[in-house]
Design a protein around this ligand. Structure first.
Ligand code: HEM
Length: 441
């Protein structure tokens, strides 16, 4: 890999190219129909490095050990995740939301105040489980979606946001704004575009109004009584600004952090629960207090159900090598690989759920068997490693443990699989995953 131009490098156009029958659309429809299978089919036909063009995007793809390793190693200044994400998210998210942000997950999680955030997470779980009552049935993803909203907002959106009545208004607004919709249901992107993001703009205005109320209430409370975790840091970034600027700035910072969370956290929580219910032997050990096993299950669930496309937009000329050639990449091009393809290959048995693939903590236990460690990923690698990885693992373990300790759970689903059309994030399921529960495990 090199960030300069290399005289011996081939132009990127020399890589095998996927023809598309339709102008502009190219192979896009087949890709969106089942991205994971499609990327793999092209590998089988053309090899591990290939290019295609669709909907105006030119995408250079790498899947081989050297190619994937070199993708992760390219610096942001040359192959940008931020600009690549923006290109995708701007179809869904109103542009004004990206403007002037002061709080980013990196800053928040770098100053983790573990005690406060764990207390807030615990309280959010207690409240949500209390709302379940003594017995009933829920759908795993619908339930964890609501739970993760509550846990996230209690952590960085102020505990005041999760008050009954207020939470009910905030959740539909956050769901309307949810940027992950654009990659979970790519076809809905057209609707967003056709409506001029009307629904998203209304949600943004609704959340801003609610945050003006929250801030008025917060400012009337003594600092020692607030227990607000990350929200205190977020507010500090807007201290001293005129009231309207401050309120809008805080509301939009909360929105952007929360949107980062919506892509993955609840789905990872749902799969952890589903996999445990599919393996009563593991469930019993977790109930018995085996917290290490629970953490292994969380990491393994994320590995197996990852559907993230790793996407970078080239900003400066740079070179990427695979095992056979070096290619010159030019600005404007996208560089990609797909975790759902690489995460289940590279070693025998990776297509199956086995918590022993993690030995405690986020490190993949079979790393030594892989031709490149970057071929398996849960929270990413290198400079873009997820800043909320530790927080998310804690949140998943805390919520799952509380559920299995307090309820007897009976799965009403059979062998759910990832949703076929998803391209990005941890997968949602291809069918409802209903779970019957009864208090007193
Ligand atoms: C189980 C939950 C989560 C999973 C599996 C996950 C996964 C990932 C992955 C794979 C990446 C790297 C992507 C790439 O390099 O292309 C990433 C980056 C990121 N994640 Fe997460 N994530 C999770 C939770 C969260 C939460 C809760 C937040 C925010 C509150 C968050 C915010 C971010 C941000 C801001 C980045 C970009 C980092 C950068 O570009 O330097 N994530 N995440």
């Amino acid at each position: 890999m090199s960030t300069a131009e290399a005289p011996s490098a081939l132009p990127w156009t020399a890589a095998p190219r996927i023809p598309g029958r339709l102008p502009w659309i190219g192979p896009g429809l087949a890709l969106l129909n089942d991205p994971t299978a499609w990327f793999q089919r092209q590998r089988d036909r053309l090899g591990d490095t290939y290019v295609f063009e669709t909907f105006g995007y030119r995408v250079f793809n790498v899947f081989s050990p050297v190619g994937v390793k070199n993708l992760w190693a390219l610096p942001e200044s040359h192959a940008s995740k931020g600009v690549g994400d923006f290109a995708l998210l701007s179809h869904k998210v109103p542009a004004e939301l990206f403007d002037g942000r002061r709080t980013f997950p990196h800053g928040l999680f770098a100053r983790e105040n573990v005690e406060v955030y764990l207390a807030n997470l615990g309280e959010a779980v207690d409240r949500e489980l209390a709302d379940l009552g003594g017995a009933g049935e829920f759908e795993a993803f619908a339930f964890t979606r609501r739970l993760a909203h509550r846990m996230g907002l209690a952590s960085w959106g102020s505990p005041l946001a999760t008050r009954p009545g207020r939470l009910e208004k905030l959740l539909p607004a956050f769901d309307a704004l949810d940027s992950s919709e654009s990659f979970v249901h790519p076809s809905k992107g057209f609707l967003t575009w056709a409506s001029g993001k009307r629904r998203e703009r209304a949600a943004l205005a609704e959340i801003e109004t609610i945050y003006r109320e929250i801030l008025a209430e917060r400012d009337a409370t003594k600092e020692a009584d607030r227990n607000e975790g990350f929200f205190a840091d977020l507010c500090a970034n807007w201290e001293g600004e005129p009231e309207e600027v401050r309120a809008t700035g805080i509301a939009r910072d909360v929105m952007l952090v929360h949107m980062g969370s919506q892509s993955n956290l609840f789905a990872a929580m749902a799969w952890t629960l589903i996999h445990l219910l599919e393996r009563p032997d593991l469930l019993e050990r977790v109930r018995g207090g085996d917290e290490r096993l629970l953490e292994q299950c969380a990491h393994e669930s994320i590995r197996l159900r990852q559907r993230s496309i790793v996407l970078r937009q080239i900003l400066e000329p740079c070179v990427i090598e695979d095992e056979h050639a070096a290619y010159q990449l030019e600005p404007g091009l996208f560089l990609a690989t797909m975790m759902s393809v690489t995460n289940v290959q590279g070693a025998e048995g990776l297509d199956r759920f086995d918590p022993e693939h993690y030995s405690g903590g986020p490190r993949f236990a079979r790393q030594g068997e892989l031709p490149a460690r970057e071929l398996v990923t849960t929270f990413g690698h290198g400079a873009h490693y997820c800043p909320a990885a530790r927080f998310s693992t804690r949140a998943i373990c805390l919520a799952t443990k509380a559920l299995v300790d307090r309820f007897t759970l009976e799965p009403r689903f059979r062998a759910p699989q990832p949703r076929r059309r998803q391209i990005g994030g941890v997968s949602r399921a291809d069918r409802p995953c209903r779970i019957r529960y009864r208090g007193g495990a």
